[in-house]
Design a protein around this ligand. Structure first.
Ligand SMILES: Nc1nc(=O)c2c([nH]1)NC[C@@H]1CN(c3ccc(C(=O)N[C@@H](CCC(=O)O)C(=O)O)cc3)C=[N+]21
Length: 290
């Protein structure tokens, strides 16, 4: 047994630093451009977790001097109506970034909606044009959560080239784009998922292990190699026996931290980085559209 525990990758602190830098950049750009950057956030229905994230995003915008345009629709809003709103936002000169909060109610076709967003305003990097650029290794707007993971690794000067990165989870929001970003940085990438056989055998090979499965405390210490970098993308609200709710990740922090060299906490890890990268994308598109 080692007596040491992993070094914490402080996403909250880095997110604050990034937002401070963006605020300064906005102060310089705004007199030239004549308006602040604007982010439109579309939310459909009343998922309480989504409502919290949307509020966080709007608060962060306000702190930076950005304009946010919140569009909250009832759960039964039609595809056609949402597409119409997105088309108007595409044309709206005050709007630099458009984000459709996922997941959407099941009657809506989220892929078709994401296709409606103008690629240059696609703050979430989920339009096929931006995903295609990512596949080709070209520059473009990048999905916020995976971009946040890469930025955090960079900040702590964690070597990616040549390392074995194992991403657990294959979602379009995180797993797939993150696999491509790691590949671009010359990692050897494995994407594991719910149908992977002998998962622990594979995760134990990871120099960099990323948990993005959406299952609370799913990855335990015995699945992690000594000295690995453990990144937790999960955010799960669980209710304890005393009825208090707490946030936990997809990593079992207690058992992973003693084994890993670096670990991200939840909260305070990748969550705040996601918000910072969303604001970063919006400011990039603000700068580029002039
Ligand atoms: N189109 C789309 N893009 C997204 O980026 C997107 C989405 N849909 N749907 C939902 C998920 C979730 N998400 C989070 C953002 C910030 C925190 C965050 O700030 N978390 C804080 C704690 C927040 C709390 O206390 O609940 C932390 O980890 O420290 C968490 C989760 C973005 N998502």
């Amino acid at each position: 047994m080692r007596s040491t525990t992993a070094c914490l990758l402080n996403g909250k602190a880095l997110a604050e630093k990034i937002q401070g830098d963006l605020k300064e950049l906005i102060t310089i750009l705004q007199p030239k451009i004549g308006r602040p950057p604007g982010l439109a956030v579309l939310m459909v229905g009343d998922d309480p977790a989504s409502a919290v994230y949307v509020r966080n995003k709007e608060r962060a915008c306000a702190k930076l001097g950005m304009a946010s345009f919140g569009h909250h629709f009832p759960g039964q809003t039609s595809q056609t109506e949402l597409e119409k709103v997105i088309q108007e936002l595409n044309q709206d000169p005050r709007v630099d970034g458009i984000l459709v909060q996922l997941p959407l109610p099941p009657h809506l076709d989220s892929v078709a909606l994401l296709h409606t967003i103008a690629p240059e305003k696609d703050a979430d990097g989920l339009h096929p044009m931006n995903l295609g650029r990512l596949v080709r290794g070209e520059s473009g707007l990048r999905s916020c959560t995976p971009a946040g993971v890469m930025r955090l690794l960079e900040e702590y000067q964690i070597e990616v080239a040549g390392k074995h990165a194992v991403v657990v989870g294959r979602s379009i929001l995180v797993g797939k784009p993150l696999g491509l970003m790691l590949l671009k940085k010359n990692a050897t990438v494995t994407i594991a998922h719910s149908r992977t056989q002998n998962l622990a055998e594979i995760t134990r090979q990871a120099d960099i292990l990323i948990a993005a499965v959406g299952k609370p405390q799913f990855i335990t210490g015995d699945m992690v190699k000594q000295g690995a970098v453990a990144i937790d993308v999960g955010i799960n609200r669980i209710v304890k026996s005393d009825d208090n709710a707490i946030l936990v990740g997809d990593l079992d922090f207690e058992s992973v931290a003693p084994v890993a060299d670096y670990i991200t906490p939840v909260p305070g890890g990748i969550g705040p980085m996601t918000v910072a990268m969303l604001l970063y994308n919006t400011v990039l598109s603000y700068q580029d559209r002039q």
